[in-house]
Design a protein around this ligand. Structure first.
Ligand SMILES: [Zn+2]
Length: 430
């Protein structure tokens, strides 16, 4: 690995401080030097990238990723993909995330027991390109809830999107099976979902005995529990049991918000707004009418989740972007739209949305002291962006605006060399 100097860059460093101009030196896989409002002295043997005032920011972190979802319209269509095709698909999706500037992803559930694990291992071994990745289990669920798609006349687990269990002993067996396969997190479906009408978003399904068993077995092995929790009861249940990653968190009350706030140093919330927003506003083109979406409960849920997220953001609870891309209405690669959703629905400023995608992203990857910020000593996961994401977050959802993508000190996308040394951004005088 060589050395690279990014010169003449406008740095959005991920901490939330206003942008500043400067130079950044990458040596090996780390950021070794940073100069602020000054040019760096020449570094022997380094490749110099003159960015002409483009923005340099940390690579983004997706907090709720499903590499195995295959851009289908139903859970069945994801599940019934044969395992060989599904493995290749999942590996291809990993590259798609890196192509779109996501240098780290937190797996939120996969569709066959070992899909996430083998793809994570292949990325780490350098067999395929992909982000830093934490591999998930399948969704563990209970009879009748989200993810239990076993057919009454064909009761085979292979037909089921999630893995249904009943009682703490069965939970222990299945959690241990996924841990044996090498997952980084166990996923529990605590609440229902409006995609499954007989177990809607406001319903709660798993018993405390089952959740307690899953958490105990998972923590014994130093791993984390992530939960699908849309209902108010399930959010509180998750926090009470010490689950660190809460997906959706749509319906809250004062008690739930207090619990989340009291645990804000350990808990992450990733709402995964794409399903609700896209089905409500863009569903027609895929055969989901506005009336269908409202009848399914999405109109009510978007109002509830907006209120919840705004309250959480005010209380300093970390709300992160990403979530549930990989359906026909929100395909892999469109994930950066979530930053705009965080502004619209959680009341963040564009800078706060970037901090949640970078600094907090490093924290949810459990590497907050070395990942997700542009700082000396941090890992060199960097994006060179053509334009100012602070005035237009939509830039981050347009991969053509990503001039360079670096992961672990290596370019995944190399910048075209530029001749001009002009600065397109004039910063207000300090
Ligand atoms: Zn999900």
């Amino acid at each position: 690995m060589g050395s690279t100097v990014f010169t003449n860059v406008r740095i959005v460093d991920g901490t939330g401080v206003p942008p500043y101009s400067g130079d950044v030196l990458v040596q090996g896989n780390r950021i070794s030097r940073l100069t602020r409002d000054a040019r760096m002295a020449p570094v022997a043997g380094a490749t110099v990238i003159d960015a002409a005032g483009a923005t340099l920011m940390p690579g983004m972190v997706e907090a709720h990723t499903h590499f195995a979802w295959n851009n289908a319209a139903t859970l069945d269509q994801i599940q019934l993909m044969p395992v060989e095709e599904h493995t290749l698909w999942t590996a291809g999706v990993a590259k798609t995330y890196l192509d779109h500037g996501w240098t780290s992803c937190v797996g939120a559930a996969t569709a066959k027991p070992r899909l996430d694990v083998v793809v994570r291992n292949a990325i780490n071994e350098g067999l395929i390109p992909g982000p830093r990745y934490l591999a998930a289990s399948q969704e563990i669920t209970v009879a009748g809830s989200l993810g239990d798609d076993m057919l009454p006349h064909l009761p085979y687990i292979e037909f089921s999107f999630g893995h249904p269990v009943s009682g703490p002993e069965e939970m222990r067996r299945v959690v241990r099976m996924f841990l044996k396969y090498g997952v980084d997190s166990i996923k529990l479906n605590l609440s229902g979902d409006n995609l499954t009408p007989r177990s809607d978003a406001k319903t709660s399904w798993m018993s405390d005995e089952e959740v307690a068993m899953a958490v105990r077995e998972t923590k014994l092995r130093g791993k984390r529990v992530a939960v699908h929790a849309r209902s108010c009861y399930s959010i509180k249940q998750a926090v009470r049991h010490g689950c660190e990653i809460i997906y959706h968190a749509s319906y809250t009350d004062e008690e739930g918000l207090d619990l989340l706030e009291a645990n804000r140093d350990t808990v992450f919330v990733a709402p995964g707004l794409s399903v609700i927003v896209r089905l409500l506003h863009d569903g027609e083109q895929w055969g989901f009418s506005r009336k269908w979406a409202v009848d399914a409960g999405y109109g009510e849920e978007i109002e509830a989740v907006e209120e919840s997220l705004r309250a959480m953001h005010k209380r300093g609870i970390r709300v992160l972007p990403g979530g549930d891309y990989g359906f026909i209405w929100a395909r892999h690669g469109e994930n950066a739209r979530d930053l705009q959703y965080l502004v619209k629905y959680a009341g963040m400023t564009p800078m706060e949305a970037i901090v949640s995608a970078t600094k907090w992203g490093g924290e949810i990857m459990m590497r907050g002291k070395e990942l997700g910020q542009i700082k000396e000593g941090f890992l060199a996961d960097l994006l060179l962006v053509d334009g100012d994401p602070l005035t237009d977050l939509a830039i981050l959802a347009d991969r053509t605006k990503l001039l360079a993508i670096m992961k672990d000190g290596v370019f995944h996308k190399e910048p075209a060399l530029r001749q001009a040394r002009t600065t397109r951004w004039s910063l207000p005088a300090a």
